[in-house]
Design a protein around this ligand. Structure first.
Ligand SMILES: NC(=O)c1ccc[n+]([C@@H]2O[C@H](COP(=O)([O-])OP(=O)(O)OC[C@H]3O[C@@H](n4cnc5c(N)ncnc54)[C@H](OP(=O)(O)O)[C@@H]3O)[C@@H](O)[C@H]2O)c1
Length: 272
């Protein structure tokens, strides 16, 4: 497992262990990984082939999160190790013309995986519900969410559902060569998510809509400019529309996707 300490990865680790699988995870900081004791945690950086070679030895299937755009090194080592299946965490952005650089980055990852000769499955989630954790400091401080595009709609997906689908892809046969678009159960605008979060927290939250320029100035402090610009263009295109809801989580896992209120309830402590 790559990305095992991430939003999706932690849930996937738990599901694989519950299924009785032997799990090896890479992390740049094993001592801080905080993964269950049954997981073999190997120190490895995706950009270093010399780390990946021993990490991939004896592995038969992998969950690939190409951190920092590092798919090629991983794939060439995975091909040498004879992996039987790679499940790639891609993004719905690959299907969206207006996604610009964001879509291209993920499309390049998909092409690299497809070109590796390894059997693959692509998971293409839309916006993660976990993205709203970035609202936590503002909510804790003064009950204000500062975000652009109040009326932009997405169908955000709970990271637990992405992990549940990834687990099925790794455990079951029959998904090689397939790409699945993943969403949550409902189209919600930013303003609707703030309202639901307030209901769950029992607080009156106020949405202070940032201009795209204000949002850009904040985002470029932690994200490459080219990605920020494509994210803002994409979200501008989501204003006034209803987001598509995919049936894939239910079809692939047999369970209903978690609602935003479920997610907010489970993560309420972060906002308090
Ligand atoms: N957020 C969204 O709305 C959204 C939507 C669609 C797709 N996606 C895609 O989903 C992915 C993010 O998934 P996530 O939220 O689960 O991840 P995350 O929480 O951001 O976690 C980052 C993970 O990457 C690992 N990592 C980072 N750099 C690394 C490196 N150089 N070598 C090895 N490991 C490295 C970290 O491991 P250590 O720190 O332990 O090394 C950690 O496990 C991205 O590819 C994103 O484009 C996101």
């Amino acid at each position: 497992m790559t990305g095992a300490t991430g939003n999706v990865g932690r849930h996937l680790v738990d599901l694989l262990l519950q299924a009785g699988e032997q799990v090896r995870a890479i992390s740049r900081n094993p001592e801080r990984a905080g993964l269950p004791g049954d997981v073999e945690v190997v120190r490895a950086d995706m950009s270093r082939a010399e780390d990946l070679r021993p990490a991939l030895k004896g592995v038969d299937r992998a969950f690939l999160f190409p951190a920092a755009g590092q798919a090629h090194g991983f794939l060439s080592e995975a091909a040498k190790a004879g992996l039987g299946h790679v499940v790639l965490l891609s993004a719905l952005a690959v299907t969206m013309r207006q996604a610009g650089a964001l879509g291209r980055v993920h499309a390049e990852h998909e092409q690299a995986v497809a070109g590796s000769g390894l059997p693959w499955t692509f998971l293409r989630p839309g916006a993660f519900m976990a993205n709203d954790l970035r609202w936590a400091p503002g909510i804790r401080d003064d009950g204000v969410v500062r975000a652009p595009f109040a009326q932009a709609a997405t169908a955000p997906v709970d990271e637990r559902d992405i992990a549940a689908v990834a687990a099925r892809m790794l455990l079951d046969d029959g998904h090689a060569g397939k790409a699945y678009e993943l969403s949550g159960p409902a189209s919600l605008t930013t303003a609707e998510r703030v309202r639901i979060l307030g209901e769950v927290l029992g607080r009156d939250l106020r949405l202070e809509e940032l201009t795209p320029a204000q949002a850009r100035a904040q985002m470029i402090t932690h994200t490459p400019e080219v990605v920020v610009d494509s994210v803002l263009t994409l979200f501008a295109s989501f204003v006034g529309r209803t987001a598509d809801v995919s049936p894939a989580v239910r079809e692939l896992t047999g369970g209903a996707p978690h609602t935003y209120a479920d997610w907010a309830t489970r993560n309420a402590a972060a906002f308090r």
